[in-house]
Ligand binder design. Structure first.
Ligand SMILES: O=P(O)(O)OC[C@@H](O)[C@@H](O)c1c[nH]c2ccccc12
Length: 257
């Protein structure tokens, strides 16, 4: 499965990164770090579907999605369009992201930033903070319940929100037991890459009302937005839908209606 491949590569990649900047040094640099921008509050506005807009050049299923890709230019556009938060893909092999994008984007926007990557070790959490993230993604499919608990604790200590991602009932149960507060439902089946908003519809019913719910992937139209809003979702995470647009600002206005 693709996730296994990504995680194998990630393990090697993190080892290289540790060589370049060992944990001890990284922690020293963290001592004078930014307070987080309030990711959670911005996603839980009443009567409004919040948008987390993603900066994503490529994906394993689609290859390159946006040829003329300038992360800073996209971030400026997202900010001008007043999205609630921005997600920056930093995974370099399968999504053609880069850690540097996060740093660059932070300096030019005041939106809260989600680091979109495959976190499998403590090291990456501290690194996310140093790169300028306000929130990190924790993917239940690749982490144990204990890791979800431990990683959330570290994130809280350094001042990072966590978006806990699930795509089936077992993963959701694990995330609820780990007491995640912001839950992302990934509409993409990671084996077939197919997306269906029914995944959100189905899993939503088992999530307590006090959680913030984000529907992720496969959101392509104003209709999709309306459907999710009617379900009571708090926020949507959209990558491709914006990345394929020539005029991203116009696309966002269209989605908002
Ligand atoms: O481009 P889409 O279909 O709008 O999807 C965005 C986002 O949900 C997707 O990029 C994503 C969801 N979970 C992930 C985990 C890792 C990498 C990427 C993702």
């Amino acid at each position: 499965m693709i996730l296994d491949k990504i995680v194998d590569y990630k393990k090697k990649r993190v080892e290289e990164e540790k060589q370049q900047l060992p944990l001890g040094k990284l922690m020293e640099e963290l001592s004078c770090i930014h307070p987080p921008r309030n990711f959670k509050k911005l996603l839980s506005k009443e009567n409004q579907l919040a948008i987390i807009a993603e900066i994503k050049k490529a994906s394993p299923s689609k290859g390159v999605i946006r040829e003329n890709f300038d992360p800073v230019e996209i971030a400026v556009c997202y900010e001008e369009s007043k999205v609630e938060a921005v997600s920056v893909l930093t995974e370099d092999k399968f999504f053609q992201g880069n850690n540097a994008y996060l740093k660059q984007v932070r300096s030019i926007t005041s939106c809260p930033l989600l680091r979109k990557d495959f976190i499998i070790e403590d090291y990456q959490i501290y690194q996310s903070k140093l790169l300028g993230a306000d929130a990190i993604l924790l993917i239940a499919a690749i982490l144990t319940k204990q890791q979800l608990v431990d990683f959330q604790k570290i994130a809280q200590e350094v001042g990072l929100y966590c978006l806990l991602e699930v795509h089936n009932a077992e993963e959701l149960e694990k995330v609820l037991e780990a007491e995640g507060e912001i839950i992302g439902i990934n509409n993409r089946n990671l084996k077939t890459f197919k997306t269906t908003l029914k995944t959100t519809e189905k899993l939503m019913t088992s999530i307590p009302k006090d959680k913030v719910i984000v529907s992720e992937s496969g959101i392509h139209t104003r209709q999709d937005m309306k459907f999710l809003q009617a379900l009571g979702v708090n926020a949507v995470l959209i990558g491709e839908g914006f990345m394929v647009a020539d005029d991203i600002g116009k696309k966002i206005r269209e989605f908002r209606g």
